[in-house]
Design a protein around this ligand. Structure first.
Ligand code: SAM
Length: 314
């Protein structure tokens, strides 16, 4: 038999090949098993619900507190469902929603149901515009909750000139209050160990202790300029804060772009030398990883949907 032909190797060679494959697999594998959870509570730009479990699978297996300083719609938080979490955001009406979920979930259900009934009580677009006007007069969690579920494409956007919420009414019918209430119950359970705070990210990250894990999903000004806070956001400032966290023994995982792209595309951001140990490209169903400062291996042909930078190797 010709042992050089594929499929004709002697057993010993086959075994060695298999062992190499396993080692490689391990080197590229996730750090913990996280089950998917795809039922969102809010709709939000940059929402990671579809692949939050893949992101969370690259968090260290053992952590102190879980911290998410750009919590948005909380996809990764709820998917991970940490025993001890601190989730924050600098957008006041959004944090009002989360704090109400935590303190009084029945009130959250009522907020949604009231506005859902109001929408049925007249011409849909006109009713929606009234809710939007109420929000713009007095930005608040109750109106934002309903607007994010009923606006066009679930894209809550704000006008640069005056900061007013500007998204038109969606063409879909917002989910029934019964269905929303079920989601509230599920999300309440998953966030039971989490405290929600209104904080700038610098302050939130300064509070982290050694062994804590911070997941950062900041607004990315190139692709999310209409997102709250994105216009003034500077990634270089965030890198400095991450550097400080790393030096204090805090793990940091950073999503830096939510747009679809190929792993072949050139990195457009100058990443600080030595800050990140690993880069993971996450796709729906597939993921690939490159080790920095190690052997630099890549799987470059894959389409990816999210890019994750980790300050830790394992
Ligand atoms: C890309 S979104 C997060 C999306 C989230 N991962 C999800 O699944 O919905 C970014 C969030 O950062 C918040 N943000 C913007 N600037 C901030 C700042 N300086 N400090 C804290 N939060 C900020 C925004 O309000 C927004 O909710």
């Amino acid at each position: 038999m010709d042992a050089s032909r594929p499929g004709a190797e002697p057993t010993a060679v086959k075994t060695e090949w298999a062992a190499t494959a396993v080692r490689r697999q391990l080197a590229f594998s996730a750090l913990r098993a996280v089950a998917p959870f795809k039922t969102g509570l809010l709709k939000w730009i940059g929402n990671k619900q579809r692949f939050a479990h893949r992101i969370a699978s690259f968090f260290p297996a053992k952590i102190g507190a879980y911290r998410e300083p750009f919590v948005g719609s909380g996809a990764v938080l709820a998917t991970l469902a940490p025993q001890r979490g601190i989730a924050s955001d600098c957008f006041h009406p959004l944090i009002e929603i989360w704090q109400t979920l935590s303190a009084d979930p029945e009130l959250l259900k009522l907020w949604y149901a009231d506005r859902w009934l109001f929408l049925q009580d007249g011409e849909k677009v006109a009713q929606y515009e009234k809710i939007k006007a109420a929000y713009n007069t007095n930005p608040n969690g109750a109106d934002l909750l309903f607007l994010c579920r009923s606006c066009y494409g679930g894209v809550v956007r704000f006008r640069q000139a005056d900061g007013r919420m500007s998204t038109p009414c969606g063409i879909h019918d917002p989910i029934h209050p019964k269905s929303f209430s079920k989601r509230v119950d599920e999300w309440k359970l998953r966030t039971a160990g989490t405290q929600f705070l209104l904080l700038e990210y610098e302050e939130a990250m300064a509070r982290a202790k050694p062994g804590d894990l911070i997941y950062c999903d900041p607004p990315y000004s190139n692709t999310q300029a209409i997102l709250y806070g994105a216009q003034s956001f500077d990634l270089l400032d965030l890198f400095r804060v991450i550097e400080d966290c790393k030096s204090r023994g805090v793990y940091v995982a950073l999503s830096i772009d939510g747009t679809k792209k190929s792993g072949k595309r050139k990195v457009d951001l100058p990443l600080p030398q030595g800050l990140f140990e690993r880069e993971v490209f996450i796709d729906c169903g597939r993921s690939m990883l490159r080790r920095f400062q190690m052997d630099g291996q890549t799987l470059e042909q894959e389409r990816v949907s999210d890019r994750l930078l980790l300050t830790y190797a394992a």
